[in-house]
Design a binder for this molecule. Structure first.
Ligand SMILES: [Zn+2]
Ligand SMILES: [Zn+2]
Ligand SMILES: [Zn+2]
Length: 233
């Protein structure tokens, strides 16, 4: 982003702080400067580190409160990506982008597609709905993580949303029997519904089943290209 724009944002923040009679203006401006110097999506913790790097030791509460002000004044925007702390990024007036979030390494990539934006306008208009804002977060694997992915893996390592094919059952007769009871056989396609907590929940042939971690370790699967789901009937 251009230096001129950032200088203008600094001026506006300073003016708003004075207007709203907020204290410690000079220090708050330092917090803004550390933020504007980074083009990343930063957590409060990252922000603390950026400030420390710039030689500033400010109380976490003060930094958190300043973050709130930046958000309220429209200089920062908060993003709640799944599985991590709230993150903040620059809010430049009139600009918009959406996000690709890698569930493997946490990388966040931004994109803007005018056709996709226009399509969203079309969809909302067709519903007689007036859209005010939207956020599109697509979770998946970045190129880097995709390159490192093993052709087959234990089901226990798969992430929610992954579609997989059963390649091998590495647990003998007992496991085969147990899997048969759940409707899981060789060549079967599965989708991971959730993977947190004790058991995994898997969709198989339109049925949701729970599978213990131990068993999921022994079911070897390969990746199936993700479809886009079915429209609701
Ligand atoms: Zn968008
Ligand atoms: Zn990644
Ligand atoms: Zn962003």
């Amino acid at each position: 982003m251009s230096q001129v724009l950032h200088q203008e944002e600094r001026r506006q923040f300073e003016r708003l702080l004075h207007q709203q009679r907020v204290d410690r203006v000079a220090e708050r401006l330092k917090v803004l400067e550390a933020f504007l110097a980074s083009e990343e999506h930063v957590s409060a913790e990252d922000w603390q580190r950026l400030l420390a790097q710039a030689g500033m030791e400010l109380e976490p509460d003060f930094v958190a409160q300043t973050l709130e002000l930046l958000t309220r004044f429209g200089l920062a925007v908060r993003r709640d990506f799944e599985g991590g702390p709230p993150r903040y990024e620059h809010h430049h007036l009139g600009e918009h982008h959406d996000h690709l979030i890698c569930t493997g390494c946490g990388a966040i990539c931004e994109f803007f597609d005018p056709e996709l934006e226009a399509l969203q306008q079309k969809v909302t208009k067709a519903q007689g709905f007036h859209p005010l804002r939207h956020m599109l977060h697509i979770y998946g694997l970045c190129q880097n993580c995709l390159g490192k992915r093993q052709p087959t893996l234990p089901l226990a390592l798969a992430a929610p949303g992954e579609r997989l094919r059963v390649e091998r059952l590495a647990g003998g007769q007992n496991l085969s029997g147990q899997m048969q009871d759940l409707g899981i056989g060789l060549g079967c396609e599965l989708e991971v519904i959730s993977a947190g907590g004790g058991a995994m929940v898997i969709a198989v042939k339109g049925c949701r089943v729970a599978l213990g971690r131990g068993a999921a370790q022994k079911v070897l699967v390969s990746h199936v290209n993700n479809g886009n789901g079915q429209p609701r009937g």
